[in-house]
Design a protein around this ligand. Structure first.
Ligand code: ZN
Length: 241
């Protein structure tokens, strides 16, 4: 084969690889088009975390229509649920003399204490009734170990116990994750930081999240995520058909 022709074929092959096969996301007209190697992660959009729930995030219910809209752009969707035992270690009521939003020292380090929330099998722990992600392939429950919390969808708060999500996503060939849900500065941020650390291209869709913002936790979370290479985008950055 003539050298010029061989070079042209090689270049065509490389272009095809970049455009169609290897990249988890493509950019079209300035928008991100999630491909088959991208997954949407919907974090803890549960009754407990919206107004009327046991640990309400201000305007937490406003993420639902945003998530429903962008979810149509994703083939792969993972939904998480905070899923605690009665008397869970993250509940202030489990620690004598402690009040919600104070901190306690647990075996794995400091833990913010919360009101009792998202107890397994209760309506409070159910997914928000208006969340529409029928294509979701995994509902991952976390925080079910009595003595360990789990903000992250990937790793429990002891920073040792894996939830198995990274293995699932990697075995499915997923390379990019788009994190949405509640709350920006806790479960969303921890999930995004772990995703990045575990090698995923990671986006947080800011307007598809709402925050608790406890003692400056929101600003700290964004700063930390930016430093680790998590990309902060808006839902309008995603191409939705
Ligand atoms: Zn919790």
């Amino acid at each position: 084969m003539p050298t010029a022709l061989r070079r042209r074929l090689l270049l065509q092959s490389a272009a095809f690889t970049v455009a169609g096969v290897c990249l988890p996301t493509a950019w079209a007209a300035g928008k991100i088009k999630p491909g088959e190697r991208a997954a949407l992660i919907v974090v803890d959009v549960q009754n407990c975390f919206v107004p009327g729930g046991t640990l309400p995030v201000a305007q937490g219910d406003e993420v639902v229509p945003v998530i429903n809209r962008i979810a149509t752009a994703f083939e792969n969707v993972v939904v998480t649920q905070d899923w605690h035992t009665q008397g869970h270690a993250s509940f202030a009521s489990s620690h004598a003399g402690k009040k919600p939003f104070e901190t306690a020292k647990l075996s794995y380090g400091p833990q913010v204490l919360w009101p009792d929330h998202c107890v397994q099998g209760t309506d409070d722990a159910a997914l928000h009734k208006d969340l529409k992600v029928p294509q979701a392939q995994v509902i991952l429950r976390k925080g079910f170990h009595q003595h360990v919390d789990s903000y992250s969808a990937f790793e429990e708060a002891d920073r040792k116990t894996s939830t198995g999500l990274a293995g699932y996503l990697k075995q499915r060939g997923i390379r990019a994750v788009f994190v949405t849900g509640l709350a920006t500065d806790f479960c969303v941020a921890w999930t995004a930081l772990d995703a990045r650390r575990l090698g995923f291209e990671t986006y947080v869709v800011e307007d598809a999240c709402r925050a608790i913002d406890l003692n400056g936790s929101l600003a700290a979370a964004w700063k930390n995520m930016a430093a680790k290479g998590v990309k902060r985008i808006q839902s309008s950055d995603i191409e939705v058909a």
